[in-house]
Design a binder for this molecule. Structure first.
Ligand SMILES: *Cc1c(COP(=O)(O)O)cnc(C)c1O
Length: 452
């Protein structure tokens, strides 16, 4: 069984998403209204989300049908290929088998289109005309811009100011798809104006951009908000990744000992991992499922499991999750998509309950791994995805050490074609490692909301 590229037929694309809320031993504590500290109801979310997505957010149904129209669009890039990394295995001289699920073949270059298409669809069905969102590195902004264009919706993207200037190509891609892109913090919202009044030179953060996009959506009847990570319905939509991977592995009689995903808000990790966590819960399988985060933003490994705000202006629901504190200022590491202070409540709860593992890695080792990967497999990983590559290589080297024939599966969440400037920094020897210092974490954790 030494196939390199394992495909599915079009008719084998999943027709239902998998919802882990049906099977978790403990559901996350409910999100709270940031003004009253009381559990939120659908009416709190209705000004910014369509009803179908609100229902998915709290659903405990195991399987949720993927709408026909969404399935049709998925066919543009799904089923996504699963590769066996023969050449990388050889380079590492490992007895381990390494498989990777490649999500970078989507039109915008990452897994984010799996949810952007679904979200645009449900908003269109609900009669919404325009979506507002934020983007850090630009992956989510481009995925949503494309989805909005497909469904005839307008799209406004608040892009973290530092990325707006440093990543012109991502911004241009969004503009090609027809989106309006605004550097955040901006003068267009109260949240933006308040930040600029204090710091006119603010370079922005994901937390600030979320505040602006949410305010924009709340103020206009015809506009909703869309989030590309963290939320339960986003994890749900990403389950197509793991469902397909499982079916592909079955075609070559394989099953993973270890499943790995990089973790920012946690959704590509949820996508590849949750269908295997299901096996763990339901079938007692011993599979290890590992979330990999940057040492510069160590949410799961060094954060606190508690209620926190998801944005800087405290407009969004308070969620129970691992967090570094809502005013955590992420250092300028290159994996822009992994710089969020919080984490998916579902991923957080599973980690808290010991059903998944987490590990933090520094960026130099990630670029080293990504470069070795590109040399052997050809694909240039996104800086975010390079965290998963690092962990997969480490697992393969450990297997070599132990003389174990284990099977490793990881999610290659996107390509790095728009991130070559960060490879330039790496190749010219200027990349620096950074671990977020404990005392700064403690400082920002001192500002958590007081619940009861
Ligand atoms: C956005 C992004 C991530 C991080 O988001 P998750 O919700 O943790 O998946 C990871 N990889 C790529 C390529 C991204 O664009």
């Amino acid at each position: 069984m030494s196939q390199t590229k394992i495909m599915l037929e079009e008719k084998e694309i999943p027709t239902r998403w998998y919802n882990i809320q049906a099977d978790m031993p403990n559901l996350p504590k409910p999100p709270l209204n940031p003004r009253t500290n009381q559990p939120i109801g659908p009416e709190d979310l209705a000004p910014i989300f369509p009803l179908e997505l609100i229902k998915q957010e709290v659903s405990t149904e195991r399987w949720i049908d993927i709408p026909e129209e969404v399935q049709q669009i998925y066919k543009l890039w799904r089923p996504a290929p699963l590769y066996r990394a023969h050449r990388l295995e050889k380079a590492l001289q490992t007895p381990a088998k390494i498989y990777y699920k490649y999500e970078g073949g989507s039109p915008s270059g990452s897994h984010k289109t799996n949810t952007s298409i679904a979200q645009a669809y449900y908003n269109k069905q609900a009669g919404i005309k325009r979506l507002a969102t934020e983007t850090g590195a630009g992956q989510w902004g481009s995925a949503l811009s494309m989805a909005c264009e497909f469904f005839g919706l307008e799209c406004t993207v608040y892009m973290v100011k530092v990325s707006y200037h440093q990543k012109p190509y991502r911004r241009l891609l969004m503009q090609v798809y027809g989106a309006e892109v605004i550097p955040s913090p901006s003068q267009l919202t109260n949240a933006g104006r308040e930040i600029l009044a204090v710091d006119p030179d603010s370079l922005g953060s994901l937390g600030m951009a979320i505040s602006e996009a949410v305010e924009d959506a709340a103020m206009r009847e015809d506009t909703n908000y869309a989030l590309g990570s963290v939320l339960n319905h986003v994890c749900l939509h990403q389950s197509v990744i793991g469902l397909e991977a499982k079916a592909q592995l079955a075609k070559v009689d394989a099953y993973p000992d270890v499943v790995i995903g990089c973790c920012g808000g946690g959704t590509n990790f949820a996508g590849i991992g949750f269908p295997f966590v299901y096996d763990k819960i339901k079938e007692g399988n011993k599979v290890r499922v590992i979330a990999v985060e940057p040492a510069a933003c160590p949410t799961l490994t060094k954060g606190k499991f508690t209620y926190d705000y998801s944005d800087t202006a405290k407009l969004t629901p308070i969620m129970n999750m691992y967090t570094l504190g809502h005013d955590f200022m992420p250092p300028g590491i290159h994996a822009g998509g992994l710089r969020y202070h919080g984490d998916s409540p579902l991923v957080s709860q599973l980690y808290h309950d010991g059903l998944i593992e987490a590990r933090a890695v520094t960026q130099k080792g990630c670029f080293e791994a990504a470069t070795l990967f590109a040399k052997n497999e050809g694909i240039l990983p996104a800086p975010e995805s390079s965290h998963a590559v690092r962990a997969a290589i480490d697992e393969a080297l450990a297997a070599k050490e132990a003389g174990e024939e284990k099977t490793i599966l990881f999610c290659l969440s996107g390509h790095g074609h728009f991130d070559l400037a960060s490879y330039d920094t790496y190749l010219s020897g200027k990349l620096e490692d950074y671990e977020y210092p404990e005392e700064l974490i403690n400082k920002s954790l001192a500002n958590l909301p007081e619940i009861k």
